[in-house]
Ligand binder design. Structure first.
Ligand SMILES: NC(=O)c1ccc[n+]([C@@H]2O[C@H](COP(=O)([O-])OP(=O)(O)OC[C@H]3O[C@@H](n4cnc5c(N)ncnc54)[C@H](O)[C@@H]3O)[C@@H](O)[C@H]2O)c1
Length: 376
């Protein structure tokens, strides 16, 4: 079977997430990167393409030129899927144009900058049945998939408490200096949308909660922190949640937790046991019990579920990380494009992205109303 022809928007030499997608897309030999727009500056885009050995004839000025020129190619040469890796404010227009022109899409999170835009994309995707993935990277980790399966298999019993923590400290050096703060696109509402911390990492925690638990958040109450009156973007927030099984929990997010790096911790407490996973140590899943010492499950072992083991590439004891997690998402997308059988939840779909946007808007509303409970 020939490789799936992939284009990329954004993710150039100056980007954070670009290399993760490029490496991930090559991991299972399913995709071939054929072109794209890596940078709004055409020269810089071409320079980068040269560096990664891509022919320049499919490096375009912008998404419009990409669509027009790709359209002129025979179908068996045209891009089949395009990854959107730009800052948030460009996701909607780019993904909309791609969907309208029949492309499959892999889009970074948050899906858009408003819930309404996300709904529009959802409608379009439903109409033309494109494969549409939202890059909630952490769902690609084998031990997260194991956690999801163990919860579905009722190993820990009824869930009675959830605690999702996503703590970073990277904004600390910028937030206290007005001029430095202005240079960070995540702190600029025109580029980032209505939220910084909740949009950037709160959405990961929210999606992870619903992904592993199989439950839905019914309502929430948020308390955000902006640190300075003239700063319009949240940099920290605590969110109480009530779930559709009647239980309660908390999502704690921060980008001013000084010294923290990428500390996403997922803890799900059931009546018969609990499961805990830490992103900075992702090959381990901790199973806690009342009456015996806790167990550590590791990736690459026969006791894991089929989806967890299908997400592992090298034998037990060889660490796998975020590149591999994203690789597993690309693997799920490849299966969907090729109409192959896939595990449920093998890649996050457009509905995850739409719920993510609903979550962001409700969190901001709850805070602005004076920390009121709001329904999702
Ligand atoms: N899934 C994850 O774990 C994860 C991690 C980091 C970032 N992200 C998301 O990825 C997106 C990008 O984040 P980042 O940190 O890589 O940003 P970044 O600022 O590091 O990189 C953005 C890239 O987009 C390019 N770009 C900007 N405007 C463009 C345009 N008009 N056309 C083409 N390219 C353009 C820039 O030149 C740059 O290469 C954001 O939506 C962010 O939320 C997701």
């Amino acid at each position: 079977m020939s490789k799936i022809r992939l284009g990329i928007l954004g993710g150039g030499a100056d980007s954070l997430i670009g290399i993760v997608h490029r490496v991930a897309s090559q991991m299972f030999d399913s995709f071939e990167l054929v072109g794209g727009v890596f940078n709004p500056n055409f020269k810089a885009s071409k320079k980068f393409a040269k560096k990664i050995d891509l022919p320049l004839n499919r490096i375009y000025k912008d998404v419009d030129e990409l669509i027009n020129k790709e359209d002129e190619l025979p179908e068996d040469k045209r891009m089949q899927v395009v990854s959107v890796l730009t800052p948030n404010f460009l996701h909607f227009t780019m993904a909309k144009k791609l969907l309208e022109n029949g492309y499959n899409v892999i889009c970074e999170k948050p899906l858009t900058t408003t819930y309404q835009e996300a709904i529009q994309l959802g409608r379009l995707q439903k109409e033309n049945k494109s494969v549409f993935a939202v890059a909630y990277t952490y769902t690609g980790y084998p031990m997260i998939r194991q956690m999801k399966q163990m919860i579905a298999d009722n190993i820990i019993g009824k869930i009675q408490k959830v605690d999702l923590q996503y703590y970073q400290g990277w904004i600390n050096p910028f937030i206290h200096d007005y001029d430095k703060r202005k240079k960070v696109w995540r702190l600029n509402p025109e580029k980032s949308g209505i939220s910084c911390c909740i949009g950037d990492i709160g959405t990961h925690a929210f999606q992870m909660l619903e992904y592993v638990s199989g439950l839905k958040v019914n309502s929430l109450l948020s308390d955000l922190n902006y640190l300075y009156d003239e700063n319009k973007m949240d940099v920290d927030g605590t969110i109480l949640v009530r779930l559709n099984n009647g239980s309660k929990g908390v999502i704690r997010t921060s980008q001013i937790a000084t010294g923290e790096e990428n500390n996403l911790t997922v803890a799900i407490y059931g009546m018969q046991g609990s499961l805990k996973w830490e992103q900075e140590n992702p090959n381990y899943l901790y199973h806690l019990n009342q009456d015996r010492p806790y167990q550590t499950l590791k990736k690459g072992n026969v006791y894991n579920s089929d989806i967890a083991e299908d997400s592992v590439k090298i034998p037990a004891g060889h660490p796998e990380g975020i590149f591999d997690a994203m690789g597993n998402i690309y693997k799920g997308v490849a299966k969907a494009i090729n109409n192959e059988n896939a595990f449920e939840g093998e890649y996050p779909e457009i509905n995850d992205g739409i719920r993510g946007m609903l979550f962001i808007e409700k969190v901001i509303n709850s805070h602005k109303q004076g920390n009121k409970w709001v329904k999702l």
